[in-house]
Design a binder for this molecule. Sequence first.
Ligand code: NAI
Ligand code: MG
Length: 328
Amino acid sequence: MRVTVIPGDGIGKEVMEAAMLILRNLDLPFEYTWMEAGDEALKKYGKALPEETLNECLKSDAVLFGAAGETAADVIVRLRFELETFANIRPAKSFKGVKCLYDNVDIVIVRENTECLYKGLEFEVADGIAQGIRVITEKGSERIAKFAFELARREGRKKVTALHKANVMKKTCGLFRNVCRRVAERYPDIEFNDYYIDAACMYLVMNPLKFDVILTTNMFGDIVSDLAAGLVGGLGLAPSANIGEKHAIFEPVHGSAPDIAGKGIANPSAMILTACMMLKHFGYVEEAKRVEKALESVIAENKTTPDLGGNLKTMEMAEEVIKKLEQT
Ligand code: NAI
Ligand code: MG
């Protein structure tokens, strides 16, 4: 299995080192190729996503990505488009020992990853007037809706909730909502409903337990996944997978976190859980579960980085996970 490893910028590099420590400890038949992309690559090579990096990603079975900084749109958003990873899966699950608003949150966000305002079709049409084009297609909406229902079935989940703003964006969100409703009819075993995105944000904060699988468009998915991360302890705990027909990119939800970068205190959990999503994708389910369990106990024992109230450094927390793995 060929994996392109792109640590990127800021804490991306720090959490990647931690996740790689654990992956290497598992001793699986992965061949890792380290490549550069991000703000630093832009400075060095004049390109945030150098051709060699993109080509390597296209040739590999998966990409393991840390985080980019200000160049995120030119790196990770572009990579998702180039590799046609149309589905972004972002779980938000409560951890024992992490003080949050609620104890039993278990939500998976399925975000469309190739359309919407993030296509980057933005223009300055006149002095002082900028315009952005939102692209939503029937094909893209159908593909992601089907993906969400299949995920629900596969994971034994009961309900899919589509989020949109079809009362205002009548054409784009209207199309998305209608396609979701139509696809839902083919899955009578899975409950379906849809909400306006603004109301859904309130419901998420007031009663997240009414959500199971969330299905939404690209930008709403970006926003709502940070909100969901906040419900379970923050971005330090939020992993994600970008899945396409041919390619897959695994990356934490967070960015390069310049406010804490260089201090060695970034929470490696999101990146470690991201690596677990990659392991499951390749069928190493038992290994992934072992790592998740080890990480859960480390968190429950409060052997964590400062964002979760502990006083460990990034690599110290990773070492604790290794210790737990060795005990099992
Ligand atoms: P961010 O996700 O980097 O940080 C938001 C907040 O969460 C910060 O206070 C940060 O310290 C905290 N945080 C994030 N990850 C953490 C971790 N693992 N452990 C502990 N605390 C953590 O988002 P922000 O600040 O909006 O953006 C910073 C830079 O990252 C920007 O240049 C942005 O463009 C880029 N970015 C890149 C992304 C990517 O590469 N996928 C995604 C989001 C932002
Ligand atoms: Mg985001």
